[in-house]
Design a protein around this ligand. Structure first.
Ligand code: AMO
Length: 452
């Protein structure tokens, strides 16, 4: 207690919070409420002050007329600096002056914790600060309602995608992130010292999610961090991202995986539009739910389309970001949608575990899902036949014995299976029309950034 007193603040005391800011409506007229949050804005008009309190659900106006409140309340309100943590007890008064229909006239204002002068603004519409500075102060930056809303939308997308999977017999798994071998090729692997040996940070749960199907789980998913040592800073890459991985057994082909993904996303979009309506409105995003089924286009055709638009790509060239962006313009014009599966990628462009196509020679039973001109998912059918898998590993230049922990279980009746990896930050950025992936990453890790 002494400590609190010397710091000039009081502990919360015995009056618990009764309402969030967005619950203060005209219906509560005359009721006593307790709200808690931060001092967002204080407009001092002399004999009357308007205090805007911000909490996790928005803001509420506390109106402080000198004539109607105690001397102590009026005095405390004068001391409030931006971002001071406060608790306000007061009476709700209905008013037509405010869009929310109600304000609070305080009977008590407690300073729960003081705030130093903040280095960046958290009030909407104030001067824009460059992203790097904002990320340096990310914890404060996230207090800004429109920044906070990005991650509430992200939460909603993940929540309802997970809901879909749980309703469809998928089991959530947790696989190691310290691994012995690369799953997606060696180019962007982080190496770590693992006692006397070398280990790597997982680029993907790829091998383990497949192995869990061989372990008898029919369908699995994992939502977890993965690591990519991307050497260059780009607007679409971070070095640690959240990978939303699914894998399903007993499929009849890659089409089963695409069907699952389109239904999962359709469910997540539809529910997010409803449950995150306030956040979407704040962010001025009109969430268009792509129609089912999503359009499918073969890789060969996608290459043709970008070439017709002036590029000069061959069939074994990867679609570079510029081509993806071009397709982002072409697809809506040609097919009336910005959510398109590109299928049947060439063998050269896909990892060793990808099932070669039986219908399209030299191609694979794989896909990418592109959304508004950016790849958000990679997926496909996997090889479940041991001899073919070993052959493909050799063809890619790997030494099969190094991968025996992965390859050997395929000798014992592996089921046909397939799955996908969806980048949570990419999905969020594309859905919200955000230009830089760092904005859709809670605490981004890039070439230059390891804190906060
Ligand atoms: P891939 O390597 O294509 O496939 O990654 C899958 C998805 O992850 C996202 N992504 C990234 N997001 C942010 N920063 C990065 N550096 C980054 N790299 C990739 C993208 C991409 O579509 N094992 C396969 C998936 C599978 O087949 O199941 C894989 O990891 O959204």
């Amino acid at each position: 207690m002494d400590f609190y007193e010397t710091a000039g603040v009081v502990p919360i005391g015995n009056q618990p919070r009764t309402h969030f800011s967005n619950q203060i409506t005209a219906d509560l007229d005359g009721k006593q409420v307790v709200v808690m949050g931060w001092m967002h804005i204080l407009r001092d008009k002399g004999k009357i002050k308007f205090l805007i309190l911000r909490d996790e659900h928005g803001t509420v106006q506390i109106t402080i007329p000198q004539k109607k409140v105690s001397e102590e309340v009026f005095e405390v309100s004068s001391q409030l600096k931006p971002e001071t943590a406060i608790s306000v007890t007061g009476d709700v008064v209905a008013t037509t002056q405010l869009a929310t229909g109600a304000e609070i006239i305080p009977t008590k204002i407690r300073i729960i914790n003081t705030a130093e002068r903040i280095p960046i603004d958290v009030v909407e519409g104030k001067v824009d600060i460059d992203l790097d500075t904002r990320l340096n102060y990310r914890i404060l930056d996230l207090r800004k309602p429109s920044i906070n809303a990005i991650f509430r939308v992200q939460h909603s997308l993940v929540r309802f995608a997970r809901e879909y999977l749980e309703n469809n017999d998928f089991v959530e798994i947790h696989t190691p992130k310290l691994v012995a071998e690369a799953t997606e090729g060696g180019a962007n692997l982080f190496e770590v010292k693992y006692f006397e040996r070398k280990a790597y940070l997982a680029q993907s749960p790829q091998f383990y999610k497949q192995l869990m199907l061989l372990a008898g789980f029919g369908r699995v998913f994992e939502i977890a961090p993965v690591f990519r040592a991307e050497k260059h800073n780009t607007r679409r890459h971070v070095n640690e991202y959240t990978s939303f991985d699914c894998e399903m057994a007993w499929i009849s082909g890659v089409e089963d995986v695409m069907k699952m993904e389109e239904q999962m996303l359709h469910h997540a979009f539809t529910k997010t539009k409803k449950h995150a309506a306030a956040e979407l409105e704040l962010l001025e995003v009109d969430l268009v739910i792509p129609k089912l089924p999503f359009k499918r286009v073969k890789y060969v055709e996608a290459i043709q389309l970008v070439n017709e638009a002036g590029k000069d790509l061959s069939i074994t060239d990867d679609l570079d970001p510029e081509s993806e962006q071009l397709l982002g313009e072409i697809f809506p014009e040609k097919f009336g949608t910005d959510m398109v599966f590109i299928t049947h990628y060439p063998l050269e462009l896909r990892p060793a575990y990808t099932m070669p196509s039986l219908t399209d020679e030299g191609m694979t039973e794989s896909f990418d899902l592109t959304y508004k001109g950016m790849e958000i998912t990679t997926g496909g059918q996997r090889i479940h036949i041991y001899d073919l898998l070993v052959e493909r590993f050799k063809a890619k230049g790997f030494n099969p014995p190094d991968f025996s922990f992965y390859l050997d279980p395929f000798k014992y009746g592996a089921p046909p299976h397939g799955g996908l990896g969806l980048g949570v930050e990419r999905l969020t950025m594309q859905l919200l029309g955000i230009d830089n992936i760092r904005e859709a990453t809670l605490l981004p890790r890039d070439r230059d950034r390891l804190t906060p």
